[in-house]
Design a protein around this ligand. Structure first.
Ligand SMILES: [Fe+2]
Length: 486
């Protein structure tokens, strides 16, 4: 574990410190009762190594990825963790140096190496953002086109997941969608050039075959971390944090530092029909920034797009590690905001809740792309205290429930439906929580309906704060492969 000055550090700084050890623990101490029907595995990815040799990474999004899993059987909980053997990780370990450019950290390069990098850039495959099922594989994602396949039982790294080489572009996203009714994943890659392009494409859930849905020109590509999906449409929201691709190539600055906030551009929405690939609608709204789309659906003539919005991109600056480890207050959460894209080219918005929220999750399997009622998220109760609670928003009754415990810092709440679920919120919430008082983490299980605690399973060490995970169940069909339960 790295050592930071004891003075002037945040109470949650341990969540931004390296965890070196890889462990496997069979039977965690459990307080409360784990529902017996919970028999799957929560797998998460998270940055866990923040220094290589004598250099530190700069930003929360940069740390080397570690996989964590919590497996549930008969009311018991097992835990294991393992570093993802990405090229970024293996090269760093072999050379003792940061070898690939991350979100806000670049390797030290000689002039010759910088010139070489212009011609043959080495993009990162440090998949520390999310995990998901992709066709027949379970993969970890970062924001390049280089997801990594791994075994969710052993957490062993299996190798890269290669997208079709004919679909060009180095940058992608860690939040693909899955349209269950079409049996198709959707994602995109961004191709930089004199005329940059977003290539939206589908991946057949059964065969893994890829097909371009639409290609959209991007004069100044935007930083986007996710996109929206309704029943018929894919929705790109170009926030006004944009880049001149030439700067990316020649500035010598880390990736995100080439992007500029240009609020006068507003947000540009592009609504693309899945079936035809036609741009059905474009619209512009006032400027906001966001990482996460929550859901989208069609209502009358409107496409409704729900987003966790921030007033500007300043949140990215707050998430530098030095700031996060310091006592300086951090506001890392936004507010759930609804944009209505009509036929007139504008997209008026309204705030759906005053609760602070990030890492939004819904009952995805039942409600993705459709009108929905509940949003779960990690939020903020004490002003400036990073992310310190879990919230449930009831959009029908404009009501908020929350879970808060002093000195505890929860991560993304993953919703898992009960096997016989009748209501949208029949299920549990799983969240990894840092208990700063004990300098250790636990897996929290809440009843999703009442938002009351059912159980917690305690790990003896800290788990660095991560971003996203998913719950997987074993299927009993003839192929017996693991299916993502979401
Ligand atoms: Fe995300």
């Amino acid at each position: 574990m790295s050592v930071h000055s004891a003075v002037n550090r945040s109470p949650y700084h341990l969540g931004f410190c390296t965890l070196d050890s890889e462990t496997s623990l069979e039977d965690l101490p459990v307080r409360g009762t784990v529902p017996p029907w919970l028999t799957g595995t929560l797998v998460r990815t998270a940055p866990a190594k923040f220094e290589v040799g004598d250099r530190g990474y700069n930003h929360w999004f940069d740390g080397l990825a570690m996989l964590h899993k919590f497996a549930f059987t008969g009311g018991r909980v097992a835990y294991a963790n393992r570093y993802l053997r990405s090229r970024s990780y293996l090269e760093a370990r072999a050379t003792g140096r940061i070898s690939r450019g991350e979100f806000a950290t670049d390797p030290c390069r000689t002039l010759f190496q910088r010139v070489a990098a212009w011609f043959s850039p080495k993009f990162t495959d440090n998949c520390n953002v999310s995990v998901n099922k992709l066709a027949s594989d379970v993969v970890a994602y970062t924001e390049t086109r280089m997801p990594i396949r791994f075994d969710p039982d052993t957490l062993n790294t299996l190798g890269g997941y290669g997208y079709d080489e004919r679909i060009k572009g180095p940058v992608s996203i860690a939040h693909p969608h899955l349209d269950h009714s079409r049996g198709r994943h959707y994602t995109y890659v961004l191709e930089f050039g004199r005329r940059s392009k977003y290539h939206l494409f589908g991946i057949d859930q059964g065969t893994g075959r890829e097909a371009v849905v639409a290609t959209l020109p991007a004069e100044r590509p935007a930083y986007m971390h996710s996109f929206g999906m309704s029943e018929r449409y894919l929705v790109l929201a170009e926030f006004p944090l944009v880049v001149n691709p030439l700067r990316l190539k020649f500035s010598g600055k880390p990736f995100i530092r080439n992007y500029q906030w240009e609020p006068e551009r507003g947000v540009r929405f592009h609504v693309v029909e899945k079936k035809s690939g036609q741009v059905a609608r474009t619209a512009r709204s006032r400027a906001v920034f966001a990482f996460h789309h929550v859901n989208a659906f069609e209502e009358g003539d409107e496409v409704v797009v729900d987003i966790v919005a921030f007033p500007d991109s300043g949140v990215i600056d707050q998430l530098y590690l030095e700031r996060l480890r310091s006592a300086e207050p951090v506001m890392a959460t936004g507010k759930l905001t609804r944009f209505r894209i009509g036929s007139r080219g504008d997209a008026p918005d309204e705030r759906l809740s005053e609760a602070r929220i990030e890492f939004p999750r819904i009952n995805y399997r039942c409600r993705a792309g459709r009108r929905y009622r509940y949003v779960y998220g990690a939020g903020n109760e004490v002003q400036g205290n990073f992310i310190d609670n879990l919230v449930k928003l009831d959009l029908e009754h404009n009501a908020t429930s929350s879970w808060y415990e002093e000195g505890c810092y929860p991560g993304e709440p993953v919703f898992v439906a009960t096997p016989e679920a009748a209501d949208e919120d029949d299920g549990v919430i799983l969240s990894v929580v840092l208990d700063a008082k004990k300098a250790a983490s636990f897996l929290l299980i809440l009843d999703a309906s009442s938002f009351r605690e059912l159980a917690r399973a305690e790990v003896s060490h800290h788990i660095p704060f991560g971003f996203h995970g998913n719950y997987f169940v074993e299927t009993s069909g003839p192929e017996s492969f693991r299916e993502l339960h979401r």
